[in-house]
Ligand binder design. Structure first.
Ligand code: ATP
Length: 319
């Protein structure tokens, strides 16, 4: 599929998009390398869809520049379109056609498509090839969308929120398919508001908040830089008294580098030093009985809490 390249596959320079007084994308500059899975992570409304739709040539930037495969999005769009695949957030196709027919339909639009059955095999869809699209589960429908985007043999595949609305098993199965794509020569750019998704899949992540890129790096490097060494998580429950909750928070605030409260009745203290975290863990145990405490390694949740001061749903979804 993709040829060897040392140039970035995608570059954006000061990319900006305004809708009236709303700045959806605020001067984003980034480079995406050949063969990586690049995640654009951010809460709803952060500008993820706008950013990737500009790169795909679907929206015009207010200012700034972008290239895909060395081609300018403003002047070489028709050449770019031949070499990219797109699976949008809301994905529709011919409901009554079978999986194979839907993929073949797209193959016929391309001059040099891949063999349809090879693509169905790659995505473990052969068993469902003769089933009508409407009879599939959400996960297999999404996978059919990926097959339709891949059959044109794209160098770059864009996936907008590829697992939103899927149950955990279907989500994991979709991840397992996506993670194979770089080995087939496809660079993957995905948007998501699931931190677990970038932890599982992404080689590098850009954290997007209010149209701004707050940080770009690998997941371990982001955790290392922004999330400290260890965290103490206090789970409050219905038996936690107000006085007890206040005392727990005050103790955490005295010793932790930063403290975050989430709407899931959790207090999180992030520590740069292991010993301080361990001492605080013991101290918190002596305050009342209406809570439980965990001492855990930080993850992307802490990176986001630090950088975006965001809140999380109990499922770990950015809000
Ligand atoms: N066509 C439009 N007209 C006006 N405002 C828009 C338009 N499209 C997006 N916006 C606004 O731009 C901002 C960024 O939206 P965008 O859809 O890019 O974010 P997102 O991170 O993809 O969020 P989501 O996950 O909810 O799709 C939001 O404030 C949104 O309301």
């Amino acid at each position: 599929m993709a040829s060897e390249r040392s140039q970035p596959v995608i570059t954006t320079t000061d990319l900006r998009k305004e809708y009236g007084s709303t700045v959806a994308v605020d001067d984003i500059s980034l480079e995406i390398e050949d063969g990586e899975i690049f995640g654009l992570l951010g809460p709803n409304g952060a500008g993820k869809t706008t950013a990737i739709e500009i790169i795909q040539g679907l929206r015009t930037p207010t200012s700034g520049e972008a290239t895909v495969l060395g081609l300018d999005i403003q002047t070489d769009l028709h050449k770019i379109k031949d070499r990219i695949g797109v699976v949008p957030q809301s994905f529709h196709t011919f409901e009554r056609l079978t999986v194979r027919e839907n993929v073949a339909l797209i193959a016929n639009l391309h001059t040099e498509p891949l063999a349809v059955d090879d693509v169905l095999d790659e995505l473990a869809l052969r068993e469902w090839a003769d089933d009508p699209f409407h009879s599939l589960s959400g996960g297999y429908q999404r996978r059919t969308g990926i097959a339709m985007a891949l059959v044109g043999d794209p160098d770059v595949l864009f996936l907008d929120e590829p697992t939103t609305g899927l149950d955990p098993a279907a989500r994991r199965a979709t991840w397992e398919q996506i993670e194979q794509l770089p080995a087939m020569g496809t660079t993957v750019v995905l948007t998501t508001h699931y931190m677990e998704e970038v932890e599982y899949l992404a080689d590098r992540v850009a954290l997007l908040v209010d149209g701004h890129v707050k940080a770009i790096d690998t997941v371990p490097a982001l955790i290392n830089t922004y999330a400290g060494e260890l965290k103490v998580v206090v789970h409050l429950d219905e038996s936690t008294t107000g006085t007890e909750a206040d005392a727990l928070e005050a103790t955490l605030r005295e010793t932790a580098d930063s403290v975050h409260k989430t709407d899931a009745d959790k207090l999180i203290g992030v520590f740069g030093e292991r010993q301080a975290a361990q001492d605080t863990y013991s101290e918190l145990h002596d305050i009342g009985t209406g809570h439980s405490i965990d001492l855990v390694s930080p993850d992307m949740e802490d990176v986001f809490l630090t950088l975006a001061d965001s809140t999380l749903s109990p499922g770990g979804e950015l809000q």
